[in-house]
Design a protein around this ligand. Structure first.
Ligand code: BGC
Length: 266
């Protein structure tokens, strides 16, 4: 089964109540999370289900869990799936925080072996950025915006008046002598037990580098650490305005669900 049937299937389920609900699955370095999403407001419908990412996060092991989540939630309509990877034309081209055997995998071929419904696969930060555009603050829809999600790595989405330029991978940009995500992700903060002040200094340096090259109207920062924005947001010194994401760490799932409904394969 290929994702090109997504539109067909969406039409089949065109009854208003169902058309407004979709399902997103966010695959991360530590957890695989899925939820039904009400597309009228971007809220979860019922509980989010989270299963730990297997230690050996191979495509097969992860796809099995994706299928388990869909089955446990009794979801039969299209599904959106995010990966912490470059996903171009449904091919996985990188794997920074998951098993390296993902590189080169045809995501449509893989998940079709485990799922009975149409699905789309996209980068996690791209999905989260799209969710911010749809349900977040006006700033996400205005001009040139760099959306960043801070977690195990640093993910990025480039947005221009709400339109996505996919697979930008700013987390791997060299800042000084190391990749940005190796210095300023929230996992690094935890691992090195950095105080907010110390970590913000690093994030500032990363944002300054992005600012120098891309000069966006604004940065939006998401991921788990954006929930604690009040502890560190005002310590940033970049001249470009920085706003916390509105959907916090819900954004990946919501964006995946949106992509599923639209049959979107950026
Ligand atoms: C990956 C990106 C991903 C980001 C956040 C990075 O290491 O290369 O594709 O968006 O982590 O998960």
């Amino acid at each position: 089964m290929t994702g090109t049937t997504a539109e067909t299937s969406t039409e089949k389920h065109a009854a208003p109540a169902q058309a407004e609900h979709s399902f997103g699955i966010d695959i991360g370095g530590s957890g695989i999370k899925g939820a039904e999403v009400d597309l009228a407001n971007g809220e979860f419908v019922g509980e989010r289900l989270k299963i730990a990412t297997p230690e050996k996060s191979t495509p097969e092991a992860v796809a099995k869990i994706v299928a388990q989540i869909v089955a446990e939630k009794n979801w039969e309509s299209p599904v959106g799936i995010t990966l912490p990877s470059v996903v171009k034309d449904q091919k996985v081209l990188s794997a920074a925080n998951i098993d390296k055997s993902w590189i080169g995998v045809d995501a449509q071929e893989l998940f079709a072996q485990y799922l009975d419904q149409p699905f789309v696969v996209l980068n996690d930060a791209d999905a989260a950025g799209l969710a911010e555009v749809a349900y977040g603050d006006e700033v996400a829809r205005t001009g040139s915006v760099i959306f960043l999600t801070l977690g195990t790595g640093i993910g990025s989405a480039f947005l221009l008046d709400g339109q996505l330029f996919p697979n930008t991978e700013l987390g791997h940009m060299m800042v000084g002598d190391a990749e940005a995500e190796h210095q300023a992700s929230s996992a690094v903060k935890e691992r090195e037990d950095l105080k907010y002040k110390e970590w913000v200094k690093r994030l500032d340096r990363v944002l300054e580098e992005y600012e120098k090259l891309f000069n966006p109207h604004a940065f939006i920062i998401g991921g788990g650490i954006s929930r604690k924005w009040e502890k560190w947001g005002d310590k940033l010194t970049t001249s470009t305005p920085v706003a916390p994401a509105q959907l916090r760490n819900r954004a990946g799932i919501v964006g995946a669900a949106m992509a599923a409904q639209q049959g979107l394969k950026p």
